[in-house]
Design a protein around this ligand. Sequence first.
Ligand SMILES: [Zn+2]
Length: 296
Amino acid sequence: MRIPLNTTVAPSGTLRLVLRDQRVEVRYQIDARSMTSSARPAGDREIGVDKGYTEVLTDSDGQHHGTELGELLTSESDHRKIKNARRAKIRSVAEKARDAGQHAKADRITRNNLGTRKRDRRSSRWQQTVRTTTFRAVHAVVDKAALIAAEDLTKTFTGLARRGRNVNRRLAAWTKGVTAEALASVSERRGSVLTLVNAAYASPVVPCCQALGQRSGDRLHCTRCRVVWQADHAAAINALHRVGDPDITPHTPYQRVKRIVRERADRQPDQTADPGLQPTLWAESETSERSTLINK
Ligand SMILES: [Zn+2]
C-alpha cells in the first residue's frame, strides 16, 4: 500500500500510523533544530503587520499577503450556512417521524442524511487550505523581517466550534488563531523576532501626521496633509511605531492609550510628521477589487 504525504520534509525515525474516519494519518517527529539550519534565512528589516479580513496580513510596506483568505472564508461560510439550514430541516423531519412512532424511518434519516463524516472531512480539508495560505503569507513577511511587530492575536482566540450562529465570525476567529500560531512558529524557526504590541486605538491614526484620520471603507484620510492611506497599511505602520514606544506598552490599558493617541494628535503637525513615510500607492485595479471584497 502507498500512502501519499502532504509534506516536503522526508519523514524519518519512528512513524506512527493512526486510523481515523477511514483515513490513515502518518505521524512523525521533526527535529526543530535541523529545520532552522535548513530553512531560508529571515530578512534584515523591521516590519509591522496588521491582520485583515480579506487577506492574512498587510505589512508596513503596504503589501498584502494571503489575499485568497477572504474568498476562502466567504465561500466556506456560505457553504456552511446552506448545509446547516438543510440539516436543520432534515432533523425536524426525523423528529416528526419519531414523534409519530416511525422509529425505523427516523433512524434511517439520521443514519443516511445526518452523518458527520463527510462534513468533518471537508472541514478539515478547508482548515488545511487556510493553514497553508496563512503559513505561506507569514513566510513572505519573514523573508523581509528580522523583527515583526504585530498585535497579540491570541487574545481574541476562540476554538472552531462546529455549530451555532455567526459562522462568519467563528471562522474568522479561528483563522486569527492560525495566524497567531504561524507568526510565532515561523519567526522562531527562521530566527526573526516577533514583538507583540498594543493594538488599542492604532487603526484610526494616520502615520503621516500622527493625527486621527477619517475612515471611509478601507481608506483612511489624513485631514492635515490630505494623504489617503489604505487602512490596513496604516495599521501595520502604527504597529511598527509602537515597538519601543515608551508610553504605549503592551500592557497599557485601552483608555490610557486612547488619551495618549488623542494628545499626540492635538500637537502641531510639524512636531510629529515623518517625511520618510511612503503613503499607500493606489493601483486602480487593486482598489476596485478590494472594495468589491469589502462590500460583500
Ligand atoms: Zn498627514
